[in-house]
Design a protein around this ligand. Structure first.
Ligand SMILES: *[C@@H]1O[C@H](CO)[C@@H](O)[C@H](O)[C@H]1NC(C)=O
Ligand SMILES: *[C@@H]1O[C@H](CO)[C@@H](O)[C@H](O)[C@H]1NC(C)=O
Ligand SMILES: *[C@@H]1O[C@H](CO)[C@@H](O)[C@H](O)[C@H]1NC(C)=O
Ligand SMILES: *[C@@H]1O[C@H](CO)[C@@H](O)[C@H](O)[C@H]1NC(C)=O
Ligand SMILES: *[C@@H]1O[C@H](CO)[C@@H](O)[C@H](O)[C@H]1NC(C)=O
Ligand SMILES: *[C@@H]1O[C@H](CO)[C@@H](O)[C@H](O)[C@H]1NC(C)=O
Length: 359
């Protein structure tokens, strides 16, 4: 159960495109980022999820189909490294789904998931899922775990990760909605929330975001109408979902990631809704007993060009969409489509307008 993927750890390959300066000591903040929409030039990047490391001021982007992680310096507009994992990267059917900076340790948590549950209509559970803790300081894997040792192929579709102040790592799976929790040193991984019925045909929680001791998640309820937002208390030994009612109760549909931009201190939740765009929810006191539904941002270029919104990310004050082109044909002999340019669209002003419209 506690299998260490020593082969993966020892063999982690780093393709460092440009030498990086030694790691700076912990910073309190990154310089304000002022550029608008960014276009990241990277063949086959196909980003699914991304997070901005506020310690190193670098953006970590999961390349879904290649199953690699691109480390991007937005201030210099350049890729500084590509993390590749032997036996995983460019090895179908692996994906890299969730990627998150852990603000409590400065490690990066990377989720490697089997593509099969996501790409089969009834979400067949086959293939393996892994979680990796990467230390940007030493550029090494701190620990890695084989999630399939715990799930035993009963549930899957792992696609998001979160952290708490005590050092736990939380892993979200969607078929059906599950949460596993890992002890800080990677010694124990076990279920923290499992639904009463384990039925992999059911599409449960798809994304989560933590603030204080609150873990927020969005649940599409097997796509039977509107989904919902639930919250969990991370101080509990076991997770129990509690409904967060939306006021007004506008539909949230076709759900993927949720995100709490750091600039709003845990009071604004962005909900990714694939072809519908990004819904903006607010809890003015940050307790998320209810959520004000403020509106949806659905008019931006990538959406009208056929991409879907899978996530959002703030780069030091500027909030971007992360969009995926799921339908691009795979280039023969490779793992992904032929795209080389991936825009991150600046939606900061639309969010500010929605916040200002309902003071
Ligand atoms: C993806 O793999 C291709 C080779 O098929 C490589 O040329 C490309 O740089 C990779 N891109 C990323 C983002 O890993
Ligand atoms: C900022 O935007 C300008 C104008 O669009 C562009 O020329 C420049 O390369 C961008 N810089 C970065 C760091 O993205
Ligand atoms: C991960 O665990 C599964 C289930 O026990 C096993 O079949 C698989 O071989 C393991 N993967 C590795 C790399 O050991
Ligand atoms: C979930 O929805 C799918 C159709 O989208 C259906 O086939 C499946 O039976 C549902 N699963 C459960 C457990 O209700
Ligand atoms: C790609 O491979 C498929 C068979 O695997 C073949 O039918 C198709 O013609 C190939 N396409 C190109 C552009 O080579
Ligand atoms: C990428 O593939 C699409 C079709 O899959 C094709 O229309 C387009 O010309 C290709 N672009 C490049 C640069 O090869």
């Amino acid at each position: 159960m506690l299998l260490q993927l020593l082969c993966l750890c020892a063999a982690l390959v780093l393709n460092v495109a440009n030498a990086r300066s030694p790691r700076a000591s912990r910073r309190s903040e990154c310089p304000p980022f002022t550029n608008g929409t960014l276009v990241i030039e990277s063949y086959q990047l196909y980003p699914e999820n991304a997070d901005f490391d506020l310690n190193d001021c670098l953006l970590y982007i999961g390349a879904l189909y290649n199953a690699s992680v691109v480390v991007y310096d937005p201030y210099k507009a350049e890729t500084v490294a590509t993390l590749e994992f032997p036996g995983i990267t460019r090895t179908r059917p692996f994906h890299v789904g969730g990627v998150a900076w852990d603000p409590f340790t400065n490690f990066i948590t990377i989720l490697v998931d089997s593509a099969v549950p996501h790409e089969t209509a009834d979400h067949q559970i086959s293939g393996d899922d892994y979680i990796l803790r990467y230390d940007p300081g030493t550029q090494e894997i701190v620990w890695s775990l084989n999630i399939t040792e715990v799930s035993q192929g009963q549930y899957g579709g792992q696609q998001d990760v979160e952290h708490d102040a005590r050092g736990h790592v939380y892993i979200l799976g969607s078929y059906p909605g599950t949460i596993l929790r890992v002890e800080p040193d990677g010694s124990i991984i076990k279920p923290w929330y499992l639904p009463e019925v384990i039925d992999h045909t059911y599409n449960g929680i798809t994304g989560f975001a933590a603030t204080g001791e609150i873990l927020l998640a969005c649940d599409p309820l097997n796509n039977t109408g509107s989904g919902e937002i639930v919250k969990f208390d991370m101080t509990a030994d076991e997770g129990t979902p509690v409904l967060v009612p939306r006021i007004p109760n506008e539909d949230i549909i076709s759900l993927d990631a949720v995100y709490l931009p750091p600039k709003y201190g845990g009071t604004v939740l962005l909900v990714s809704e694939h072809d519908r765009g990004v819904s903006v929810l607010r809890s003015a006191d940050g307790k998320w007993e209810t959520a004000e539904y403020l509106g949806r941002i659905s008019d931006y270029a990538s959406l009208s060009e056929g991409a879907v919104n899978t996530a959002t990310v703030e780069i030091s004050g500027v909030i971007y969409t992360v969009d995926e082109w799921f339908t691009d044909p795979i280039v023969n002999g490779t793992s992904a489509g032929n795209r080389t340019e991936f825009p991150l669209v600046d939606i900061t002003s639309q969010i500010e307008e929605l916040l200002a419209a309902t003071p």
